[in-house]
Design a protein around this ligand. Structure first.
Ligand SMILES: CC(=O)N[C@H]1[C@@H](OP(=O)(O)OP(=O)(O)OC[C@H]2O[C@@H](n3ccc(=O)[nH]c3=O)[C@H](O)[C@@H]2O)O[C@H](CO)[C@@H](O)[C@@H]1O
Ligand SMILES: C=C(OP(=O)(O)O)C(=O)O
Length: 430
């Protein structure tokens, strides 16, 4: 099992290139099979979730050609099965997008209930509500969602909760339904807009993505396109908080600063300097930072996927911070690990009270999920001494060459998998 070993104490300094957004790319790859012509997608992050989804897509007969690490060509013409194997599905959350894509194109999809990070109960009732409203029969049998429709007909659908997954999934199915679908109370995340732009570039007719109401006029066919995925706002934000927590000076390159506004606002509140450029943001952290309160909310609110990264930073700020996690009920597990490094935290229901400490001390900790794992690495980089982060397979789901990018900023971090490698690292840094 691979681990990260980190010697903390170095401020991160320099420039780091941000890759394509995992959560946009996953939906776009699923949507790509809706065309019978060849679709080329660029700026894909080279991370485990993407590779699993590409295997799943190839597994149902679509042509998948990796042009290079960040570019793929997909042609959905060869799809011979609408039944996705459980082995793929259990590994990733975004496998649920194959439901919307296959249902829209073939009026039939069979996909096992999705996996993903264990951050809460994660129901998919709103996805199913949307498919049913479009005319599909949807049953769950033996752990599989089976959706079938003789016709898919546009409808006016009001979502009960704001869901990224349900918005994108129903939007995909509706893109090839008959007539007009109106989706209300939708998610407005940048990746919702990116998927809509991608589908439109294939000939779909989707208007309003990024607002509360999306209007979709169904089309019969989607055609070839070439598309580049938006930059990953969560990867960018992770490096921005890494700069803050290590008293560093980091410029995240190839980003859309508008997508980072909630993160930038919190960094300014706690006392960092933030400088915005056309496609880059620089974060400078000098002296002890100040406490603040934060509540996770759907976009444009503060993202739940950045909650552990800000949590680690606040645990080093002067004063008492309160975090309210309003999206997923099980996203504070990293705080128990952080307490092992000296953080002073108290969790009550969906809120965490964090009394800032002056420093962390390195310890052995486990990554409970993707973002929590990245956050614990930030803690290790800011800590005195050595930190070992176990279960980094979660981090590899969503961060490309994480340790290399950190090293380029001056971090002392290695990926190891044996005691011998750990001893070698200790010798090198002693
Ligand atoms: C692959 C992917 O893109 N994952 C992201 C996606 O997850 P995911 O699509 O699973 O998250 P949602 O936006 O759907 O979930 C938001 C809230 O709605 C609830 N809900 C959702 C669907 C549903 O049918 N019923 C329901 O009650 C969830 O329990 C949660 O409380 O958005 C989350 C919220 O920004 C991010 O943390 C995840 O990184
Ligand atoms: C929670 C996340 O991913 P997933 O929804 O795929 O589990 C994430 O990207 O932070």
């Amino acid at each position: 099992m691979e681990q990260y070993i980190i010697k903390g104490g170095n401020p991160l300094v320099g420039e780091v290139e941000i890759g394509g957004a995992k959560n946009a790319a996953l939906a776009i790859l699923a949507a790509a099979i809706m065309s019978d012509e060849t679709v080329m997608i660029d700026n894909l992050p080279d991370v485990n979730d993407i590779n699993v989804l590409l295997d799943a897509i190839a597994g149902i007969g679509a042509m998948v050609h990796r042009v290079d690490r960040h570019t793929v060509k997909i042609n959905g013409k060869g799809v011979t099965s609408v039944d996705i194997e459980y082995d793929y599905i259990k590994k990733i959350r975004a496998s649920y997008y194959l439901l919307g894509a296959l249902l829209g194109k073939y009026r039939h999809a069979e996909v096992a209930l999705p996996g993903g990070c264990n951050i809460g109960s994660r129901p998919i009732d709103q996805h199913l509500k949307g498919f049913r409203a479009l005319g599909a029969d949807v049953e769950i049998e033996h752990g599989k969602i089976i959706a079938e429709a003789s016709r898919l007909v546009g409808k006016h659908i009001y979502f009960d909760v704001v869901s990224v997954g349900a918005t994108i999934n129903v939007m995909m199915a509706a893109a090839m339904a008959e007539g007009l679908t109106i989706l209300e109370n939708v998610a407005k995340e940048p990746h919702v807009v990116d998927v809509a732009n991608f589908l439109n570039s294939m000939g779909a007719n989707i208007r309003g993505a990024g607002t509360d109401v999306i209007r979709i006029r169904g089309v019969q066919r989607l055609h070839r396109t070439e598309y580049s995925v938006i930059p990953d706002q969560i990867e960018a934000g992770t490096f921005m908080f890494a700069a803050a927590a290590t008293q560093g000076d980091v410029t995240v390159m190839n980003v859309i600063p508008k997508h980072l506004e909630a993160t930038t606002a919190k960094l300014l509140e706690i006392g960092c300097e933030v400088e915005e450029f056309d496609d880059a943001v620089r974060v400078v952290s000098k002296g002890r930072l100040k406490c603040t309160h934060v509540k996770t909310l759907p976009y444009p609110g503060f993202p739940t996927d950045m909650q552990p990264q800000i949590g680690v930073t606040l645990a080093l700020c002067e004063g008492t911070s309160i975090i309210t996690e309003s999206i997923f009920e099980n996203r504070f597990k990293y705080l128990d690990e952080l307490a092992r490094m000296g953080a002073n935290v108290k969790i009550e229901g969906n809120s965490a009270t964090i009394e800032g400490v002056e420093k962390f001390s390195g310890a052995r900790v486990s990554a409970p999920d993707l973002r929590a794992g990245a956050a614990l690495c930030i803690a290790g980089l800011a800590a005195e001494g050595i930190t070992i982060v176990d279960d980094i397979v979660y981090i590899q789901r969503g961060y490309e060459r994480f340790e290399e990018k950190l090293r380029s900023l001056g971090a002392v971090i290695e990926k190891v998998s044996t005691e011998k490698e750990i001893r070698k690292f200790m010798l090198k840094v002693s």
